[in-house]
Ligand binder design. Sequence first.
Ligand code: DGY
Length: 322
Amino acid sequence: MSQPKVFVTRKIVQAGLDRLQNEFDVEIWEDAAPPSREVLLEKIRGCHGVLTMLSEKVDDEFFEAAGDQLKVISQYAVGYNNIDVEAAKKRGIAVGNTPGVLTNATADMAFALLIASARRLIEGDQYIHNGNWKSWEPLGHIGWDLEGKTVGIVGLGRIGETFAKRCQGGWDMKVLYTSRSPKPEAEQKLSAVRVEFEELLERSDFVSVHCDLNEETKGMFNAAAFERMKNDAIFINTARGGIHVQPDLVQALKTGQIGAAGLDVTDPEPPSLNDEILQLANCLVAPHIGSATTSTRNNMAEIAIDNLALGIDGKPLRCSVT
Ligand code: DGY
């Protein structure tokens, strides 16, 4: 019997590739850069399943191009703002993602950005590499303390809460949060306090974004939001670049409206080399690597391929977003 036809939009970890080769009639996009839209629409034609990354726009046009046999979209990420889930539902196409397994890695990344921004690590590293370090400097490279500060977490889901644990347990920070619904357990365990967005901005020394990108959160960190923040506040975003308005963030960092930023996500992604966000000493930018640890990526592959196989068989997915 012929195997189901599958397209995978980027190379993933080897264990995942081996399994894909065994279980499906698979084509894997080998380039580091995603396929162009035109090529993507061509490649998915006749597929029963597609394993997507967050860079692929999955919408009606995509479904039309794939054809009626398409059963499942398996996203190799927890976030799926690139997928029109309603359009998939209408067509009876299952959509899966990879929640849970990247919680620790992403929370660690947010903390790495926070401590590296607070202690100006990248600036220091560049200073040495540029040959500027002459002697121990009593006034050089002075940063921020973390102990006992107030951290504001926007979106206290799995990742937000895990980040909060690190801040509260390790550095004795006070935790403020915003969330669609109250989180009584986190309030109890972490003494976290749910506040309005504006209050969180005004009271927090560090603000970290852990919510989904959707119509409600798109651009919520704009000039007005940055204006409410403390002048020495540090802004961390490991969620999606579209949640901040990048020109407004650049302005806030340039004018000293806020102190520093650590970003694992940008808008657009990647930014062009002359994007001002890359020219600022007080902004640290990483290439969207929150989930980039060996075990996390292996676990993501396992869930994504399970989702693919189950969806093609018409069974409930291991992790479904529909
Ligand atoms: C996700 O899973 O949504 C991350 O942004 C990429 O791993």
